[in-house]
Design a protein around this ligand. Structure first.
Ligand code: ADP
Length: 462
């Protein structure tokens, strides 16, 4: 089982502190011992110097004088130091009581420079410094000893203090760490609390952004951005569903009322025919709407399958132009074509391209009054296939122009209702163009016709 982050941080903190404090104790112990040893050695050196100055002063006056003076020096040091002096041949001249009691025989002093050793004299441990001292042609072998007990006691006290305080410090510091990590993680808990409350019903709530410019602030901002995007998507979906239901309800109601009215009493065959053809026309319109809705829903889900193949646009443009010509002829609108001579090949889904052309051409015919003209051209312009559909129709106002590619957007509802539009055509057209990595633009002015420009990359790697 994983521990909460706060507990894990504290555990790590505790482990690091234990290692750090243990190292500190170890290093200070070594340092303290070195410092004690140096102090003891320095004191021994000073003692040897005192003995040397006694020897320098008294040696010329004879051995008894030397013994007297050394005795005095020994009394002066009392318990704080012992001394022992022998002649070059090892004959003892003077020694403090502790030496006589338990420290015989001494190893011979052989070296001029000081040598140290630690040893027990009786029950007490001493640090003993030895040296040869030469004065006035005589050689003395000298030893000075200092009890180590006071220093050992100091070391013991130091260790006791460390042992008593360090674990306490570690525990206190860990508690402080636990508190600190709690404080540091408090904003995370606030984020969790708010995030738990966010649902489809209240997608507008946002996380509070901490004032400090740190990771938590960036996290909150990122999550808020994500919520913005999700909210926008959900709004689009909700709007789409609402619009779709609304648009479906109208024709279904129309079909139902037509049938109900027809059935209310017996009618002539003529009347039945009329009703049935109205029902058929409305059904066809509804099918188209449902098919468009399905296309967009599949596009949203990323499930719409397009099959890209190298495709020459010319025959497809020709085909759709013919289909549109039939529509146009019924309305007394003229369609003019200007098609490139050679093939214009793009990587495309032929069916999707035909659908795109049909949407734009049908619109052009639909929104152009009788007697008007629609121009369709296909040309090759700097690496792009360029399709232009221009009409002399009613045009699009500047207010509507930026929205015509949005789903369910109709420039004028009553007008579009008459012409049977649902506002999905251009949204599908835009999606098809996007899938082909192309662009679609509309230029228009109210009352002065419209121009739709589609550009598709000629060399494309799908
Ligand atoms: P619709 O099915 O209503 O035509 P579209 O998505 O195809 O839906 O077009 C959106 C709106 O753009 C239309 O309702 C119409 O007002 C406007 N529009 C599109 N093409 C033209 C055009 N050639 N001339 C004038 N208005 C147009």
């Amino acid at each position: 089982m994983k521990l909460p982050l706060r507990a894990r941080i504290t555990a790590w903190y505790f482990a690091v502190l234990v290692v750090a404090f243990a190292s500190l104790a170890w290093v200070s112990d070594i340092g303290f011992r070195h410092s004690i040893e140096k102090t003891v050695n320095d004191a021994s050196r000073a003692n040897l110097d005192s003995i040397q100055s006694v020897l320098v002063r008294t040696a010329p006056k004879g051995i008894p004088e030397v013994q007297d003076e050394l005795d005095e020096l020994g009394n002066l040091w009392a318990g704080a130091g012992l001394l022992q002096v022998a002649s070059a041949d090892g004959k003892l001249i003077f020694q403090s009581a502790a030496f006589t009691q338990s420290y015989l025989p001494l190893p011979p002093v052989t070296r001029d420079e000081i040598s140290f050793l630690t040893d027990n004299l009786g029950t007490t441990q001493y640090r003993i410094a030895s040296r040869k001292i030469t004065t006035g042609g005589q050689v003395f072998l000298v030893r000075a000893a200092i009890p180590t007990e006071p220093f050992d006691q100091a070391l013991d006290r130091f260790r006791l203090i460390l042992q008593g305080t360090l674990p306490l410090l570690v525990i206190l510091a860990s508690l402080a760490g636990y508190w600190l990590s709690g404080r540091a993680l408090a904003p995370v808990n606030a984020i969790i609390r708010t995030a738990r409350c966010v649902g489809v019903q209240n997608l507008s709530s946002r996380l509070a952004v901490p004032r400090a410019n740190d990771e938590l602030r960036r996290l909150s901002e990122t999550l808020n951005d994500m919520l913005n995007r999700i909210e926008a998507s959900v709004q689009r979906i909700t709007q789409f569903t609402a619009d779709a239901s609304h648009d479906l309800r109208t024709p279904v109601a129309l079909i139902r009322t037509s049938a109900e009215l027809a059935l209310r009493r017996s009618r002539t065959e003529e009347e039945y025919r009329e009703t049935l053809s109205r029902i058929l026309a409305t059904s066809e319109e509804t099918s188209r709407l449902v098919e468009n809705l399905l296309t967009l829903a599949r596009a949203d889900a990323g499930a719409a399958e397009l099959h890209f193949n190298p495709t020459d646009l010319v025959p497809h443009v020709e085909k759709i132009a013919e289909a549109a010509a039939i529509l146009a002829a019924g309305k007394n609108v003229e369609i003019q074509k200007e098609l490139a001579d050679g093939p214009i090949e793009v990587s495309a889904d032929a069916a999707a391209i035909e659908r795109l052309l049909l949407i734009v051409l049908e619109n052009a015919v639909k929104y152009t009054p009788p007697g008007g003209k629609v121009l369709l051209s296909l040309s090759n312009g700097s690496g792009n296939a360029r399709i232009e559909v221009r009409d002399s129709g009613i045009g699009i106002s500047a207010k509507d122009l930026p929205h015509i590619f949005e789903r369910f957007y109709r420039a004028d509802h009553s007008r579009s209702r008459e012409t049977g539009g649902s506002g999905l055509g251009l949204a599908i057209a835009k999606w098809i163009v996007d899938m082909h990595h192309g662009t679609i633009e509309a230029h228009s002015e109210s009352g002065r016709g419209s121009q739709f420009l589609i550009s598709l990359p000629i060399t494309s790697n799908h």
